[in-house]
Design a protein around this ligand. Structure first.
Ligand SMILES: Cc1cc2nc3c(=O)[nH]c(=O)nc-3n(C[C@H](O)[C@H](O)[C@H](O)COP(=O)(O)OP(=O)(O)OC[C@H]3O[C@@H](n4cnc5c(N)ncnc54)[C@H](O)[C@@H]3O)c2cc1C
Length: 374
């Protein structure tokens, strides 16, 4: 992949691709395909990219994928390291450490956090530099009608590409929990997750002078109810919520794709990446990472098929499916299980398990690191 190294898109197109969706997965895929010399059009249903969202955790393996896509420097220019995070009880007592330092020692680089708008900006700038085009306001309804050599469904959890090729038996399933996320205008310096009975609060760094937070509260429907639910939690949780303008809070129903798909590719020319392929609960913080790993693996496989691109495409797509499907589905499964564990009905038992299971948590962290790898 000499073009990956040079960062230039070659003059001769290897094939034509339509990428459906300009989220993290779609943009990274379009970049990889452009670097491999493909003619790429990205169809985005929205009239402009939504520049909201909080922070993405980017694991070392996803950082390596970004490096291979030529995007590592752009990531590091805006990202901050995540270290020193703890799991706490509502009164602030530490139950265990998140295994971030151990992952860092093994990988030789820390987990990073970057705000969603900054990551999107980096991806958009790279795609623009490679001459990739985004057609905004083009909500695809019939992928089968697209004439391109390769169609990539990067159209998120409600993917029309997925339903067209895999039917509706697999679809987004609510897990019965509403999440709230936001960014407070000060740095807490205290990070990690606080687990209470059904209620859950997390804080991470995101950029200088700001703190990324996420929370779940059964039954809460307003920002005030969320604030009330955490009013007696340890410092700085009430201050974080008080310092975040409720009009900027994002509220969403947590969903995942169920059951897991039998394949990420179809018809020798269709591939799914990111949430379209394996939408997962956010508990392991792997949504963006897995989308990036998919994009890099898919475009590497397609590039390896060599010019003329479409000729070896079915084999390349099979190679992508083999490399990514099981690992991504394992991460999704683990994330769902972690959600069950965190929100279980017996918090005292759970906390005792967590306290006594520092080593086990480290193993979870390592499994997550390995599972997210290529
Ligand atoms: C506006 C927004 C804000 C988000 N904020 C956060 C956040 O703060 N924290 C977090 O952890 N995760 C957030 N996510 C989810 C996160 O981006 C994804 O889980 C993860 O990055 C995987 O990305 P993806 O590219 O597979 O899917 P997505 O990021 O969902 O991107 C899919 C894209 O496809 C487009 N699309 C959908 N259907 C069609 C169609 N038929 N035709 C054309 N285009 C279509 C969508 O408009 C969207 O731009 C957010 C997603 C969105 C869309």
């Amino acid at each position: 992949m000499s073009d990956t190294v040079s960062g230039r898109a070659p003059d001769r197109a290897a094939g034509t691709a339509v990428v459906v969706g300009a989220g993290v997965g779609g943009l990274a895929t379009a970049i990889g395909l452009r670097r491999a010399g493909w003619e790429v059009t990205v169809l985005e249903g929205r009239t402009a990219l939504e520049r909201y969202g909080t922070a993405f955790g980017i694991h070392p393996t996803a950082q390596s994928a970004l490096d291979r896509l030529g995007l590592g420097d752009a990531l590091r220019a805006r990202a901050v390291p995540y270290r020193g995070a703890r799991i706490r009880r509502p009164d602030g007592k530490v139950l265990a450490a998140l295994p971030l330092e151990r992952i860092e020692r093994r990988a030789g680089r820390p987990e990073l956090l970057i705000s969603r708008p900054h990551l999107l900006d980096a991806l958009l700038a790279a795609l623009d530099g490679l001459g990739g085009e985004i057609a905004y306001g083009r909500r695809l309804t019939d992928p089968a009608a697209l004439g391109a050599d390769l169609v990539v469904g990067a159209d998120g959890i409600n993917s029309v590409v997925r339903t067209t090729y895999f039917g509706r038996s697999a679809g987004p399933r609510p897990i019965g929990t509403t999440a709230w996320i936001g960014i407070a205008g000060f740095e807490t310096g205290l990070y990690g997750e606080t687990w209470g009975a059904g209620r859950f609060f997390g804080m991470t760094p995101v950029e200088a002078g700001r703190t990324n937070w996420y929370a779940t509260v059964p039954g809460a429907t307003t920002a005030q109810e969320v604030r009330d639910a955490f009013a007696d939690r340890h410092d700085p949780i009430p201050r974080v919520l008080a310092a975040t303008d409720p009009t900027t809070w994002i509220r969403y129903e947590m969903r995942h794709l169920y059951p897991a798909l039998p394949g990420f590719v179809a018809d020798g020319r269709i591939a799914l990446v990111g949430d379209a392929a394996h939408a997962m609960t956010p508990n392991l913080g792997q949504g963006a990472c897995t989308a990036l790993l998919d994009a890099e693996a898919l475009t590497r496989a397609v590039a390896a098929a060599g010019p003329p691109g479409p000729a070896g495409l079915p084999d390349a797509l099979r190679a992508y499916d083999t490399e990514r499907r099981r690992g991504a589905q394992r991460v999704a499964f683990a994330s769902r299980n972690l959600h069950r564990f965190m929100t279980g009905r017996h918090p005292a038992l759970r906390d005792a398990l967590v306290r006594g299971a520092g080593a086990a948590l480290n193993r979870v962290g390592e499994r997550r690191w390995r599972a997210s790898g290529t």
